[in-house]
Design a protein around this ligand. Sequence first.
Ligand SMILES: [Zn+2]
Length: 64
Amino acid sequence: MTVKFVPCPFNGCTSQRVKSSGRWGWFVSCACGAVGPSADSREGAIEAWNRRFEPRQMSLEVGV
Ligand SMILES: [Zn+2]
């Protein structure tokens, strides 16, 4: 499965990983320590990360 991440806004790195953390669900974690919004699925976490840092879509979507 190929996953495409938006490069990290802090250092431009592309070594993000998706992690799960119990009740908080899934989130994207960057090598530099940045984390994306949590979601209830792996795909959702990736999508949330990408959406959050996509300049064209500034809306922060909250919710699971
Ligand atoms: Zn980073």
